[in-house]
Design a protein around this ligand. Structure first.
Ligand code: F6R
Length: 609
């Protein structure tokens, strides 16, 4: 979602703001803006479209102020226009905001009756308007901030400038991530550590409800009750900047697809050895009573990883596993028994729905354990969970998740194997076999990457079609969902993933020569039955792409292409089949000429509901 940066430094902040926005552009990219205080006046520059448009404007009109805020937007309220771009101003106040103000219509109506005029369609604009009005009655920002925040319903991370307090930058956080950072030149606020990578050496995560200000000399942080906090736990900035380079690849997505083999080895050397699996941040996985039930909650691609893990956990641990999308889980009435573990999966660790699902689970059953499997160690999800397994995937920049997904699968496979061994349902011999096959993932994935020319040869098949169907069974069924999601996200083609056995119950009506069908058929998961589906779609004229790890030369006349996969076992087969699916989405998107790393309407981190 939107990205926020703010800075107060010893020299002009324009370059730091722009670089920070560039580092966070993956969060939202439909418009951007900055505001500085130049000569005791607000100086605002905004541009619709990608950040390069704003950068071009700033080359012509430079900001000189040493205090400023910046924003890259993912539109929630109002189209991506200059008027709707942040910062939003009223009188001496400028505001950048990430989140959604749910009571903005009521606030706007009230403010309009007091003569305030609005120029944008955004929910955010009520914040500077309300603050200006409050400051007319009480000019002290420190007194007014809690009053302002008490009137805002919804989620926000805020950066606020007030010309009257031009030596401090105000901030607040509720429901949307925000951190403070410091470096040799000054102090910063940011939605994401990446924004200040390169300028800051230390950072401080804000908790829910905290607000305060930064100046050239330090930070002041107040809690929700208005008490000033005296102790601050500053952490060293992690090395984030290097990964934001494409390293010669045309797109971040392609680079991240190619990083997957070595990530598998990183995961294996960090967490597994011949003796078993150890997750250092979750000691209780070694000795806690095994759960009677597991609940897994996530969104999008992370949800698909959870669906695959359900097959593994139910087969080997032999406990019921419930998997739900977080936006549904948090609003239904989930019946959570005792001795139930919640596993949340998230690349970012800031997905609003997943966080709320975790909070609901903790409120309802505080004695149950919660485990976050996440790529961002410092995220809210990790900080609010009882245990954390790091994905070791490195910063993922491409909006369509690839390496975080396979890292989730690999970690989940190890988790299932560890728990299965603990429960006695996986023998030493079976564990060793799966361990060996997991260790071989780097080699096997590199082999899989050789399918690029085959995949490229298929792209013309995706012109003039009315959709694409992905079919799989068992742990390959969620993979079919993921293959369809990847294709939709970056090529804008309609695609659906289906359990192959469900095809006869409806989707078969769609099948004709203009509906390519991708069939995922590893020998591990009911191969004969999947092949029956192949015959059925073929009989109706579909063009079939077959992904399989068995020799199927007999079928070469029946299908457009067979994409050979290295032989996988019950755990590794979906990991290996993921790569051709990601490459298919990538190559089709490239063929169609879409914006692969920043596809329309999407944002990397969905921090609003
Ligand atoms: C798809 C994609 C999204 C995310 C989803 C959850 O390529 O990236 O579907 O998987 O928004 O995000 P995280 O994993 O950060 O919670």
């Amino acid at each position: 979602m939107c990205g926020i940066i703010g800075a107060i430094t010893s020299k002009s902040v324009q370059a730091d703001l722009l670089q920070g926005l560039k580092n966070m552009e993956y969060r939202g990219y439909d418009s951007a803006g900055i505001c500085t205080i130049d000569g005791m006046q607000l100086a605002v520059s905004k541009a619709a479209g990608k950040l390069v448009n704003l950068a071009g404007d700033l080359e012509k009109k430079e900001h000189t102020g040493v205090i400023g805020i910046g924003h890259t937007r993912w539109a929630t309220h109002g189209e991506p226009t200059v008027e709707n771009a942040h910062p939003h101003c009223s009188g001496n106040i400028a505001v950048v905001h990430n989140g959604i103000i749910e009571n903005h219509i009521g606030l706007r109506r009230k403010l309009e009756t007091h003569g305030m005029r609005f120029v944008s369609d955004t929910d955010t604009e009520v914040i500077p308007a309300l603050l200006s009005k409050l400051l007319k009655q009480e000019p002290d920002m420190e007194h007014v901030m809690p009053v302002l925040l008490s009137q805002l319903e919804g989620a926000y991370a805020l950066g606020i400038l007030n010309v009257e307090t031009s030596d401090v930058l105000w901030f607040a956080r509720k429901g949307s991530p925000l951190l403070l950072a410091r470096g040799s030149r000054g102090y910063y606020i940011a939605s994401d550590g990446l924004a200040v990578a390169g300028v800051a050496t230390e950072m401080l995560y804000l908790n829910e409800g905290e607000w305060g200000c930064i100046s050239q000399h330090g930070v002041r942080v107040f809690n929700q009750e208005g008490c000033e906090m005296s102790d601050h736990t500053w952490q060293r900035m992690p090395q984030l900047s290097a990964s934001t380079d494409k390293c010669g690849y045309e797109h971040f997505m392609l680079k991240e697809i190619h990083e997957q083999p070595s990530i598998m080895t990183d995961i294996m050397t960090t967490y597994a050895s011949k003796r078993g699996v150890q997750f250092p941040n979750v000691a209780w996985l070694n000795d806690a009573v095994l759960p009677e039930r597991i609940v897994m909650v996530a969104c999008g691609t992370s949800y698909h990883a959870a669906l695959t893990a359900r097959y593994w956990l139910e087969r080997y641990l032999q406990v019921p596993v419930e998997v739900d999308v977080a936006s549904e889980y948090r609003y239904r009435n989930p019946i959570i028994g005792s001795n139930t573990w919640l596993i949340t999966l998230s690349q970012s660790g800031e997905t609003a729905d997943t966080l709320e699902a975790l909070r609901l689970f903790k409120r309802r059953t505080p004695d149950n354990r919660t485990l976050a499997i996440c790529n961002v160690a410092s995220s809210s999800l990790v900080r609010e969970s009882d245990g954390f397994i790091a994905l070791k995937a490195g910063v993922e920049i491409g909006v369509a998740s690839t390496k975080a997904y396979t890292a989730q699968l690999a970690v989940l496979a190890l988790l299932a194997m560890k728990l299965a061994v603990r429960s006695g349902s996986m023998s030493e011999q079976v564990w060793q076999e799966h361990y060996q096959s997991m260790c071989h993932l780097e080699v096997d994935m590199n082999e899989t990457l050789k399918c690029v020319p085959d995949i490229q040869s298929l792209t013309p098949l995706f012109a003039n079609i009315h959709g694409v169907l992905f079919l799989g069974r068992g742990p390959s069924f969620p993979l079919a969902l993921e293959g369809a999601l990847k294709l939709k996200e970056i090529s804008y083609l309609h695609a659906e993933g289906y359990a192959a056995g469900e095809m006869k119950h409806g989707p078969i009506a769609l099948i004709d020569a203009q509906l390519p069908v991708v069939i995922i058929a590893p020998k591990q998961y009911h191969l004969d039955k999947v092949i029956s589906s192949l015959h059925e779609v073929k009989a109706r004229g579909a063009k079939v792409i077959l992904l399989t790890d068995v020799s199927m030369d007999d079928y070469s006349d029946e299908v457009e292409k067979i994409i050979p996969l290295p032989t996988g076992d019950y755990f590794t087969a979906p990991l290996l089949a993921s790569i051709p699916l990601q490459l298919l989405a990538y190559e089709v998107a490239k063929f169609k000429g879409t914006d692969i790393d920043q596809p329309r309407n999407l944002a990397k981190s969905v921090t609003v509901e």
